[in-house]
Design a protein around this ligand. Structure first.
Ligand SMILES: NC(=O)c1ccc[n+]([C@@H]2O[C@H](COP(=O)([O-])OP(=O)(O)OC[C@H]3O[C@@H](n4cnc5c(N)ncnc54)[C@H](O)[C@@H]3O)[C@@H](O)[C@H]2O)c1
Length: 435
């Protein structure tokens, strides 16, 4: 057994002096900004990723994420290098796992990446190391899945190695909050595990929020995202109801939002996107089924939110019909394929579903998205059209889906004969339809 007190003193000293070598497994939207933050705070950081392309990009100091522009590399206090080889683990004092946690088509959590990463780490684990899971996952994962894998090599948690959970809250493209200014919830399997996790994250985050168990931290993350999904569903359902009432949901929300307490405005849109809000709540409902509890609100929110692309497509059909045109053969220009403004990410984007449905109905669909210059979707290769007056004029209907700054800074709405606005950014006028 390791002398825990001596090991703690060494760990603390290595963190304080930035001699500790820090590892991050998975260099994606969550992992790369984290690795960058550790390197900015003075650590020598090693990123491990299975993607040789991403590893090469990091080592070449090239940017592949909106939150990590290439110029951040020149301001590092420590170093940041990357490797596809888990052999690097041997050398590290801490290791944070940020690999994907997708859902299967039947909405079952797929922990394959987490298991694979934990097994690779376990094979190299050495005394005194801190492992932190940061991937979003269902309650119980850290202690029921990751812990037994790490302990399978013979060490004991809290003595020989340390295991924490620190959920990710990154909001790609958010200019107001970054790794440092977004408070970080942290938990540990034992008190010493939590203490070490806190110490590590204090070097890069202004406010640490320690909680009582890894399950609390895991569930808090899911609750945050469920809060968003349910409230967006509430706004989307309001839009569906206001449509029947013949009034504007946006006017209703604007009025309600003047209440200075107990109301937090959320807005309707073409549907949910990204790999968090549409996905994460299902981790909670999936886990609770095992406890004989059937969640109703998450499923109801999912039904409403996934109906929105169908509703938006129908709005386009209604708008075209109103000017005497069928969907079939009409030229439709979609503005924005990324799931939210000013990011490249099209994962789960409702724009793709709208594109698919309009194509299925025979529309001649083109898209414009400065963040998504090329698209391979549904067996079709496509490239973004330029956002020009000619392109907008040539469309029978323009559909505003993602409010990228580029569309708002150079508005061409007066050139469009017909607009369906799913984001309430187009000024009122003849030929402007809104959801
Ligand atoms: N993207 C977001 O905005 C966001 C926000 C909050 C939480 N999260 C969570 O963070 C986690 C990571 O998501 P992401 O968006 O960064 O994913 P991502 O797909 O952008 O990146 C994940 C990286 O992990 C690598 N990887 C996969 N398996 C690996 C393995 N066994 N060993 C080493 N590398 C491996 C992949 O090659 C990829 O580069 C997920 O649990 C996600 O739910 C993401």
């Amino acid at each position: 057994m390791t002398d825990v007190t001596a090991s703690a003193a060494t760990f603390d000293q290595r963190i304080a002096t930035r001699q500790a070598r820090v590892g991050v497994v998975g260099l994606g939207y969550a992992g790369l900004p984290l690795a960058m933050s550790f390197a900015e705070s003075g650590f020598d950081v090693v990123g491990i990723d299975l993607s040789a392309e991403r590893v090469q990009a990091v080592n070449d100091r090239r940017s592949y994420l909106v939150d990590v522009p290439a110029d951040r590399y020149s301001a590092l206090e420590g170093t940041l290098s990357a490797s596809t080889d888990y052999g690097a683990v041997d050398d590290l004092d801490t290791l944070t796992i940020c690999v994907p946690t997708p859902l299967s088509k039947t909405r079952t959590p797929d922990l394959g990446y987490v298991v694979a990463a934990a097994e690779s780490v376990a094979g190299q684990l050495r005394p005194g190391q801190l492992v932190v899971l940061q991937s979003t996952t269902y309650p119980g994962t850290t202690e029921e899945i990751v812990l037994p894998i790490l302990e399978s090599r013979g060490g004991k948690v809290g003595e020989d190695f340390f295991l924490g959970y620190a959920p990710e809250r990154v909001d790609p493209g958010n200019q107001d909050y970054d790794v440092r200014t977004t408070p970080r919830v942290v938990a540990g399997v034992t008190a010493e595990c939590r203490r070490r996790t806190e110490l590590l994250y204090q070097t890069i985050v202004d406010r640490i929020v320690p909680v009582s168990s890894t399950m609390v931290a895991e569930t808090a993350k899911l609750h945050e995202n469920t809060f968003r999904a349910v409230n967006i569903a509430l706004a989307n359902e309001l839009a569906l109801m206001c449509d029947r009432l013949g009034i504007s949901a946006w006017d209703v929300i604007e009025a309600a939002a003047t209440k200075p307490f107990a109301f937090l405005p959320h807005y309707p849109g073409p549907g949910l996107g990204g790999d968090c809000i549409p996905v994460v709540p299902h981790f909670l409902s999936w886990r609770l089924r095992e406890y004989g509890y059937t969640n109703q609100l998450i499923d109801a929110a999912h039904e409403i939110n996934s109906h929105m692309p169908i509703y938006a497509t129908q709005k386009v059909a209604d708008a075209l019909n109103d000017v005497g045109r069928p969907v079939k053969g009409s030229r439709v220009l979609l503005l924005g394929l990324a799931y939210k403004a000013d990011v490249h990410d099209t994962r789960e984007s409702p724009s793709l579903e709208i594109l698919r449905q309009l194509r299925q109905r025979g529309a001649d669909v083109r898209y414009c998205d400065p963040w998504v210059p090329e698209l391979r979707f549904d067996g079709v290769d496509d490239v973004s059209a330029a956002f020009t007056a000619e392109e907008v004029e040539a469309a029978d209907c323009v559909v505003m889906l993602t409010p990228h700054r580029a569309f708002l800074e150079q508005p061409l709405w007066d050139r469009a004969s017909l607009v369906v606005d799913t984001r309430n950014v187009v000024p009122d006028g003849p030929g402007v339809w809104r959801i």
